[in-house]
Write a protein that binds this ligand. Structure first.
Ligand SMILES: Cc1cc2nc3c(=O)[nH]c(=O)nc-3n(C[C@H](O)[C@H](O)[C@H](O)COP(=O)(O)OP(=O)(O)OC[C@H]3O[C@@H](n4cnc5c(N)ncnc54)[C@H](O)[C@@H]3O)c2cc1C
Length: 472
């Protein structure tokens, strides 16, 4: 019997978990995957949107603008990578200017600060690689970029340190409403909870239908991306959005917070909620559209990988956060498509405001630990700090991933910290080992050995991610 059971360890579920961990409540998270951040939260643009795009008055607009404002403070508290690099929406045709002005107006209504429309030349002064065809741009100083894995993992770790228990490899198969509580049934166990939070991403409609007859329908809307080598990471410093035209929504062209270049995403509705494969035509579309934003699109050989993510698009086109009329104390956190990541700093408190009255508004615990320190990236530390760390533990002097310069010490830290990594992808998302130019070609054998040694399992049992994804 617990107070709160959260379904889903993506950025939404982890944000709620962290917020509730401030209170004396027994909170658990059940997640079907073997780690946090295995759903949409691991495959997106990593943009902290400013909030000019969302419909005024919508929940998306409100939480986006508030989340954007709080991201910097949260990144300092929980030690994840965030940069306020600013963004631009570019316009290449005269007919587009009124639409750009509308976007500016919408942004102002939503409360986005500092918006202005600049000329093509002014935009190119800031971004010399921008297409010569750009005639105007909406300049958005509050736009930012974040590492989605670090953000999600940091929220989860901090929630865990403050008492939230995580059950991985637990797929919720049914929920029974019995009197004043719910019985959450997974393929491993049953959990009784007073309050259930449905943060199951593209599956939130399925979980919702287990307790409510009110309709909810989520479409998986796939977005495909091309990721380029760090050699291209300085082509632009702002995130460049294209103004949607009659021919469709554009794609973005952005540096990532770790210095790569990211191009995409496409948008295609698919039936398969697991359909995160990429396609030749999707990647080609992303590249062709992106080439329209800049003068010199990087060569194909500079692309180091591709991936896709699924937006949880609800038919009503807004986030659904709240109780369905026929399921008291069951709270949907559903339809969290973009800008869900940007809203993460405030989704937790927004949901907590609904949960806490059920428990008579408890006071914050005096022993809540607000700060979390991430894994040190040794290669980027000042010389003195690096030497100190290596003196304390020589594993910080052994390079395992040569592309990203990740040491054995960082990998050991990833394995042994709260909610530590148990798979190759778990290591990758916590340390970046395997995220570089060679895409784990060189470091895989060594990382397999380290996981095997540290977890005390045979090398044959080491997984990439998910059940049965054995590396050997
Ligand atoms: C292409 C694309 C680009 C995007 N770009 C941006 C961006 O730049 N900026 C931005 O702010 N937002 C962006 N987003 C949106 C953002 O990624 C999402 O809003 C956010 O990640 C959603 O998080 P979540 O926790 O709600 O869902 P998820 O991360 O999908 O988490 C849901 C979790 O629930 C688990 N689950 C599902 N069913 C069950 C079950 N039966 N039992 C147990 N567990 C279950 C899943 O395994 C998963 O881990 C983008 C999304 C996409 C797809």
């Amino acid at each position: 019997m617990v107070d709160v059971c959260i379904i889903g360890a993506g950025v939404s579920g982890c944000s709620v978990a962290r917020e509730l961990s401030k209170y004396d409540l027994k909170t658990v998270v059940v997640e079907k995957a073997p780690d946090v951040c295995e759903g949409t939260s691991k495959a997106n643009s990593g943009i902290v949107h400013a909030g000019f795009d969302a419909e005024p008055g919508s929940l998306k607009a409100k939480l986006n603008v508030e989340g954007n404002k709080k991201m910097e403070e949260l990144s300092r508290e929980l030690d994840f990578s965030f940069k306020r690099n600013g963004s631009m929406v570019i316009c290449k045709e005269k007919e587009g200017i009124p639409r750009l002005e509308k976007l500016l107006e919408k942004g102002r209504i939503n409360g986005v600060a500092g918006l202005s429309i600049i000329s093509g030349d002014e935009a190119r002064k800031m971004e010399p690689n921008l297409s010569k065809g750009v005639i105007r741009a909406l300049l958005v100083p509050t736009g930012g970029i974040v590492c989605p894995f670090e953000l999600t993992i940091a929220l989860a770790e901090n929630a865990n340190v403050n008492g939230v228990e995580f059950f991985f490899d637990n797929c919720v198969t049914d929920i029974k409403h019995e009197g004043d509580r719910y019985r959450v049934i997974t393929d491993k166990q049953e959990i009784e909870a007073k309050v259930v939070i449905n943060a199951a991403g593209v599956y939130a409609d399925k979980i919702h239908a287990m307790v409510s007859t009110h309709p909810m329908h989520i479409t998986a809307r796939r977005g495909q991306y091309c990721l380029y080598d760090k050699a291209c990471g300085t082509m632009v410093s702002h995130t460049i959005f294209q103004l949607p035209t009659a021919l469709g929504k554009g794609v973005l062209f952005t540096p990532t917070v770790h210095g790569n270049l990211l191009v995409g995403p496409t948008a295609e509705d698919i039936d398969d909620k697991e359909g995160t494969n990429t396609t030749a035509s999707g990647l080609s579309e992303a590249k062709t559209k992106a080439a329209d934003s800049v003068e010199n699109m990087p060569a194909g050989r500079q692309m180091i990988t591709s991936f896709s993510g699924l937006r949880a698009h609800e038919d009503g086109d807004d986030f659904i956060i709240g109780e369905p009329e026929d399921a008291e104390n069951f709270i949907d956190v559903a339809g969290i498509e973009s800008p869900g990541l940007s809203c993460a700093p405030v989704i937790g408190s927004f949901v907590a405001d609904m949960v806490l009255p059920v428990f008579n508004n408890p006071k914050e615990k005096p022993n809540f630990i607000a700060k979390r320190t991430g894994i040190p990236h040794v290669a980027l530390l000042p010389e003195e700090e690096k030497e100190k760390l290596i003196k304390e533990n020589s594993a910080y002097s052994v390079i395992v991933c040569r592309c990203e310069m990740i040491t054995e010490g960082e990998i050991l830290d990833a394995i042994h910290r709260p909610l530590g990594a148990k798979s190759m992808d778990g290591i990758k998302r916590r340390t970046r080992a395997g995220m570089g130019r060679c895409q784990a070609g060189f470091c895989t054998p060594r990382t397999v050995e380290l996981i095997s040694r540290e977890l005390g399992i045979p090398m044959e049992e080491v997984i990439k991610s998910g059940r049965d994804s054995h590396v050997l």
